[in-house]
Ligand binder design. Structure first.
Ligand code: FAD
Length: 385
């Protein structure tokens, strides 16, 4: 067990941090104001191999793991440029296709996902099912060689900038009549695939969409993996999702904390800089402790996942996401407070993180559902639902 990062990881961190610094918070603020996506940053990160660092080398990736992809996202976030689509396209969709796709599917989708030239969104949440994804009703029925998909999804991020969306649906088992979870790639222009942007109070470049599938015809190879192994395949994507959401949150937390510390070192309204007052310093110090603790759990979860321990990674990834989201929400709140009035001033670009960081508490699974998971799975307590 080593708590020291390898030289390779330190080099990756430094290189990504340098890229993020060239763009910075002001770039993201401007992009959001213009209502567009940070395509320049995404393209450059893709060309440098950062977006596909976790994907197999034979399909254009870097041959490393979720550990390295989390380093990339954390460092971009720490530079003020968190890219939520990294959680979705290379981490969830890339991992699922790399592990369960056919050879043809891997050749078709992974090189583009790795290079960032092909983006894939991910949709599981449904309006009626909410946190209870066992209740999803989006259903694919066989027709000829292919499938026909019907249903609805909600809050799906980045569908407007994605070339396709990986949809968690169900198939009908003709023998038993039971529904089984399955993953389908739906290309953006598929007839009957309707998207409506949801107005959100979020200052982030990724928009959320309500999706309707109205008799969407899919070819046979739209089904990723095995029709009968749905849940297992799904979990292969959900562990990376939780690790990466932790990285997304911790990047923003580090950015906010660094900005607050900078400010507290120099802002002087009495004799000493405000950072000399313990009422200002202690909350920042506490945030540093919380961020470091959450980071340790994130690295443990990423390490377990990369080592092939899906079960062990499940518990650690949930706990990492929980700890990182809480640490990040507190860090951003404290940072904004440290800047006083400037904390809410557009010029400082910090207040926009107040809503952005809360996403990590709600999605992909809320903090209450993680506490439920730990209560039932780890502690063996009975269920109320
Ligand atoms: C910005 C953003 C981006 C998103 N992007 C995506 C995406 O790309 N793809 C995707 O599939 N989804 C996405 N989501 C959806 C997200 O995963 C869901 O919002 C989340 O899973 C919660 O579901 P819900 O909103 O239906 O809340 P609900 O399930 O209605 O829950 C509402 C509240 O009740 C609590 N609650 C519910 N059941 C219990 C219980 N048994 N015990 C205790 N508390 C409970 C929850 O914790 C929550 O606080 C996104 C959401 C947001 C806000």
């Amino acid at each position: 067990m080593s708590f020291t990062e390898s030289q390779e990881h330190r080099d990756l961190r430094a290189a990504v941090a340098a890229l993020g610094k060239r763009y910075g918070r002001d770039y993201v603020t401007e992009v959001v104001r213009e209502g567009r996506y940070p395509d320049e940053l995404w393209a450059e990160a893709g060309a440098l191999g950062y977006l596909g660092v976790n994907l197999p080398e034979e399909y254009g990736g870097g041959g490393r793991g979720i550990t390295e992809l989390a380093v990339v996202l954390e460092e971009l976030g720490a530079a003020g440029c968190p890219l939520l689509m990294m959680v979705v396209s290379p981490a969830i969709c890339g991992s699922v296709i790399a592990r369960f796709g056919t050879e043809a599917q891997k050749r078709k989708w992974l090189p583009g996902i790795a290079a960032g030239t092909y983006r894939m969104a991910f949709g599981i949440t449904e309006p009626e099912a909410g946190s209870n994804s066992h209740r999803i009703t989006t259903t694919a029925r066989r027709e000829g060689d292919g499938w026909v998909l019907n249903g609805r999804k909600v809050f799906i991020s980045g569908v407007d900038i994605a070339d396709a969306t990986l949809i968690v649906g169900r198939t009908e088992d003709e023998r038993t009549g039971k529904l089984k979870p399955c993953l389908f790639v739906v290309e953006r222009d598929a007839p009957g695939f309707l998207k409506a942007a949801i107005p959100m109070e979020l200052a982030a470049p990724e928009k959320q969409f309500e999706l309707t599938f109205d008799q969407v015809r899919l070819p046979a190879d739209a089904l990723v993996g095995d029709e009968d192994a749905g849940l297992l395949q799904l979990f292969a994507g959900l562990n990376p999702e939780r690790v990466m959401t932790a990285a997304f949150a911790l990047g923003m937390a580090r950015h906010a904390l660094a900005r607050a510390v900078d400010y507290a070192r120099t802002r002087t309204v009495w004799r000493e800089p405000i950072g000399a007052h313990q009422a200002v310093a202690h909350p920042l110090a506490e945030s540093h402790v919380e961020i470091e603790l959450a980071r340790l759990m994130m690295l443990k979860a990423a390490h377990l996942y990369d080592a092939g321990d899906d079960m062990g990674a499940g518990e650690a990834a949930n706990m990492a996401k929980f700890a990182a989201a809480d640490a990040a929400v507190r860090a951003v709140d404290r940072a904004v407070h440290t800047l006083g009035g400037n904390g809410l001033a557009s010029e400082y670009g910090l207040a926009s993180l107040l809503t952005a960081v809360r996403v990590a508490r709600i999605a992909p699974v809320s903090r209450e559902m993680i506490l439920n998971y730990v209560s039932h799975t780890t502690l063996g307590l009975p269920k109320s639902y």
